[in-house]
Design a protein around this ligand. Structure first.
Ligand SMILES: [Zn+2]
Ligand SMILES: [Zn+2]
Length: 276
């Protein structure tokens, strides 16, 4: 089965420069899973020729604005474009209240069902979604608000070994996460700071490049894709070299690029040139 991820936003906190904030669409044999939904995600979906109404499942890691503030606008646009099909939203507890209150107080309405899967656990790993194409397991990260990583495992049609994609954003360095991301074919991991900012990273519950590389190495993943790059690093070569000291098979995510997930290392493809 063909599995790839399109990066819509790979920046941290501020949507400036070449990077917008966190959002990506994982495609598993035609099934699309939107992971995180920062401001302007719907613009990026259009820019990348992804069909908005073909997205019916959304997973939100945590409720910080740079991962979540695009959701009300996206749901509103889906309604305005005539959607009737339900949307499943997997998100930390509180997301439902935010969205329903927003629509209620602003007098807006959405004419389709939102099926909520709210996450409210602080240990282990739980299955939060499954269909014929994949399973999605969530596990807690170490951040300043409740935050979950995702392990998405394909369900291959034949006896082929399933591909695994893991996403952790945002988190401090925490080896309790390792079993949940172990052996992933592609690990997309936050990398907000360079090694020089290790103290600041710990304070703000983020990773340095070296820590991200170390987690990838200890987890035995096949390839590491760094995301959530702070705007202070306009030229992220330093982050890449620091991560590669720990884990050589590392690349840095760029907006509007597609990364194939396979049992061999991948290189990005520009997604804006043709229909996906
Ligand atoms: Zn963030
Ligand atoms: Zn955050």
């Amino acid at each position: 089965m063909h599995m790839f991820v399109t990066i819509l936003g790979s920046g941290a906190a501020l949507p400036i420069g070449a990077r917008r904030c966190s959002a990506q669409v994982l495609n598993i044999g035609g099934f699309k899973l939107l992971i995180d939904c920062a401001e302007a995600t719907q613009d990026r979906i259009r820019y990348n020729h992804l069909k908005l109404q073909s997205i019916n499942t959304i997973a939100i890691s945590h409720l910080h604005g740079d991962h979540f503030f695009g959701l009300p606008g996206l749901l509103s646009t889906m309604h305005l474009c005539g959607r009737t099909e339900a949307v499943t939203v997997v998100a930390p507890k509180g997301a439902r209240q935010v969205i329903e209150t927003t629509f209620e107080l602003t007098g807006n309405h959405i004419g389709f069902a939102v099926e909520w899967v709210e996450m409210d656990f602080d240990e282990d790993c739980r299955r939060v979604f499954e269909n014929q194409r994949c399973t999605v397991d969530a596990f807690p990260l170490d951040h300043s608000v409740p935050d979950y990583g995702f392990r998405i495992t394909e369900r291959p049609r034949n006896a082929a070994a399933p591909l695994v994609y893991a996403y952790c954003c945002d988190t401090a360095y925490d080896e309790r996460i390792l079993p949940h991301i172990a052996g992933a074919d592609l690990l997309c991991l936050e990398c907000t700071f360079s090694n020089e900012y290790e103290r600041l990273a710990a304070e703000r519950k983020h990773l340095t490049a070296g820590q991200a590389g170390r987690m990838a190495r200890l987890a035995g993943v096949r390839q590491l894709l760094l995301t959530h790059i702070s705007a202070r690093f306009r030229e992220p070569d330093l982050l890449l070299s620091q991560a590669r000291e720990e884990f050589p098979n590392t690349i840095i995510a760029a907006d509007n690029q597609r990364y194939d997930i396979s049992h061999t290392p991948t290189q990005p493809t520009d997604t804006t040139a043709d229909e996906k």
